[in-house]
Design a binder for this molecule. Structure first.
Ligand SMILES: [Mn+2]
Length: 473
C-alpha cells in the first residue's frame, strides 16, 4: 500500500483503508480512545486507537487504518503501525559563555540536564521550576523560563505554555515538604484533567542540602524527574536525577545558581540571550565572578538596582507565579525600577534609624564585633525590610571587616558574617548535634537562616554567641 499524503485525504476515501506516515506530535488519552496527532510535511490528522500505543511523541511512524469522520474532520481508526524512527533529543553543546574550569567539569551534567529538558518539551511532559525567592533564585528561574517557553511555543500553541510550564518561588531557603506536596497535588490534578505526564521538576538555588531531602524523596516516589541547580553545600542525594552544583566538582558558592541556570538556558535554547540574569545573580549573592558583567551592555549600577528590586518584589510576591511581572519591572523602557528603588531607599533610611536605637553591640574577647538585634523592636513593615534585609543592614551600616551580625525573632535567627573563619554550615551542624530544638536552616559560609522551636530562642542565641566567641578573630 502506498503512503497517502495527509493533505490529499478526501471524502472519496471514507471507509477505505489507507496508510499515512509522519511524526507523532502528541498522544492524548480520552475517556474513550487514545488520540494520536500525526503530522507529515504539510498537514496533520488525528488517528484513534483503544489500545495503548507502543510509541512516543517525537517518533516517526507509519499507520494503517480506515478513514472515518471524527469530531474535527477526518480521523483514521488505527489497525496497525510501524515505528520508522525513534525520536531523539539532540543537545548541541557550543561551549560555555565564560571560561571557567569548574563549569567545564560540570559539562556532562549540563548536557544530561539539557537533554532531559528538551525531551520533556518534545514529549509534552510538564516542567515545573521551583526556586529560592531571592535575586539569585529569581534570575536563574527566569532565565530557564524564557528558554523553555521559547522551546514550547516553537512546537505548540500558547495554551500549552500554561499547561506545560510553571515557575513558583519557595519561601523557605530549601525545597520544603510543603513545596513537594503542592507540586504533587498540582501534577495529579493536571494528570486527571488533561492527561499530563508526571513533571520534570527543576529546583533552582535550593535542592542540594539535607533540608531538601525529604521533599525530593516524595516527588520521586510519585514519578517526577528532578534536576537541581544549586550552589549551597550539597549532600550526596541519589534521588536527584541530575545534580548540578559547583561544590560537587571542587568549586564553591561563587558560581551562583543564576549562572548555572543561564548556562543551561543557553544550551537548551540557542536563541536565549538574556545573560544579564547571571550578572544580577552575581550581585545578589555577592559572587567574585565578574565575567558575566562583560556579556551585557547594562551598566553595573543598573544591574545592582535590578538585584535589589527583585529582592524587594519577591517579599510581596511570596509564592505567586506572576508570569511576566518581574520581566516587566526589569524592562528599562519604563520607570518601574525607579518607582521601586525610591521606595526601597525611603524604607531603608527609616530602618537604619530604628536599628541604631535598638542595636546590641559587643566587642568579644577575641576581638569580633558581635551585633545582635531583636527583630520585634524594629519591624515597621510586614514585608520589607525583612529579617534578612535587617541582617544585611547591620553588616553594611554598623559592621567592619570582623563582624558577626544576628537578627532574631521567635524561632528564627538570620546571621551574616565578615569574619573569614565564620562558617554558617559548621555552626548549623554544631547546633543540631548539641540541641534537641528542631533545628532547620540553610545558607552559605558567611550567611544563613536558622529556624528552631521558638521557646528555645534565648538558648539558641547564647549558643550562637558561644560559637562566635570561640572563633579566631
Ligand atoms: Mn543563591
Amino acid at each position: 500500500m502506498n503512503v497517502t499524503k495527509i493533505k490529499d485525504i478526501n471524502y472519496k476515501m471514507l471507509n477505505s483503508r489507507l496508510k499515512v506516515a509522519g511524526g507523532v506530535k502528541n498522544i492524548r488519552k480520552t475517556s474513550g480512545p487514545y488520540l494520536v496527532f500525526l503530522e507529515d510535511e504539510d498537514s496533520e490528522i488525528v488517528c484513534v486507537t483503544y489500545d495503548k500505543p507502543n510509541f512516543d511523541v517525537g517518533d516517526r511512524i507509519e499507520i494503517y487504518g480506515t478513514l472515518q469522520v471524527g469530531y474535527n474532520g477526518f480521523q483514521i481508526r488505527i489497525e496497525g503501525y510501524n515505528v520508522l524512527e525513534q525520536g531523539k533529543t539532540k543537545v548541541e553543546f557550543k561551549g560555555f559563555l565564560i571560561q571557567n574550569p569548574i563549569l567545564e567539569k560540570l559539562k556532562p551534567k549540563f548536557i544530561e540536564a539539557a537533554s532531559m529538558i528538551k525531551d520533556a518539551v518534545l514529549k509534552q511532559r510538564p516542567i515545573v521550576v521551583k526556586h529560592h525567592n531571592d535575586a539569585d533564585g529569581y534570575s536563574g528561574a527566569l532565565a530557564l523560563e524564557e528558554a523553555i517557553l521559547g522551546l514550547i511555543s516553537e512546537k505548540n500553541n500558547s495554551f500549552l505554555e500554561w499547561n506545560l510550564f510553571s515557575r513558583i518561588p519557595s519561601t523557605t531557603p530549601f525545597y520544603d515538604y510543603f513545596d513537594a506536596t503542592e507540586d504533587i497535588a498540582s501534577a495529579l490534578s493536571k494528570e486527571t484533567r488533561y492527561g499530563n505526564a508526571k513533571p520534570l521538576l527543576i529546583i533552582v538555588d535550593n535542592g542540594s542540602t539535607e533540608s531538601d531531602e525529604v521533599g525530593i524523596k516524595l516527588v520521586k516516589a510519585f514519578g517526577f524527574q528532578v534536576i537541581v541547580l544549586d550552589h549551597h553545600i550539597p549532600i550526596d542525594n541519589k534521588d536527584i536525577d541530575v545534580h548540578i552544583n559547583p561544590h560537587l566538582v571542587g568549586g564553591d558558592s561563587n558560581i551562583t545558581a543564576g549562572m548555572l541556570a543561564v548556562e543551561l538556558a543557553k544550551i537548551v535554547n540557542p536563541n536565549f540571550k538574556s545573560y544579564f540574569y547571571a550578572g544580577i545573580s552575581a550581585i545578589g549573592d555577592r559572587s567574585n565572578i565578574e565575567d558575566y558583567f562583560k556579556l551585557v551592555d547594562i551598566p553595573l549600577s543598573t544591574l545592582k538596582k535590578m538585584a535589589v528590586c527583585i529582592d524587594f518584589q519577591a517579599k510581596f510576591l511570596r509564592r505567586m507565579e506572576a508570569r511576566g511581572l518581574i520581566q516587566e519591572l526589569l524592562n528599562l523602557n519604563n520607570n518601574h525600577l525607579d518607582i521601586i528603588f525610591n521606595e526601597i531607599e525611603k524604607r531603608l533610611k527609616k530602618q537604619v534609624a530604628l536599628i541604631s536605637m535598638n542595636l546590641n553591640k559587643e566587642r568579644l574577647g577575641n576581638g569580633i564585633n558581635f551585633l545582635t538585634l531583636d527583630y520585634k523592636k524594629v519591624r515597621i513593615f510586614k514585608d520589607f525590610p525583612s529579617i534578612g534585609n535587617n541582617a544585611g543592614l547591620l553588616i553594611n551600616e554598623f559592621g567592619d571587616g570582623n563582624t558577626v551580625a544576628v537578627v532574631y525573632d521567635e524561632g528564627i535567627a538570620v546571621i551574616r558574617s565578615t569574619n573569614p573563619n565564620f562558617d554558617f554550615n559548621d555552626l548549623l551542624k554544631k547546633l543540631e548535634v548539641s540541641t534537641q530544638y528542631g533545628i532547620r536552616g540553610g545558607g552559605h559560609k558567611h550567611a544563613g537562616t536558622i529556624m528552631f522551636i521558638s521557646v528555645y530562642t534565648d538558648e539558641i542565641l547564647s549558643k550562637i554567641k558561644e560559637y562566635v566567641s570561640n572563633l579566631q578573630a
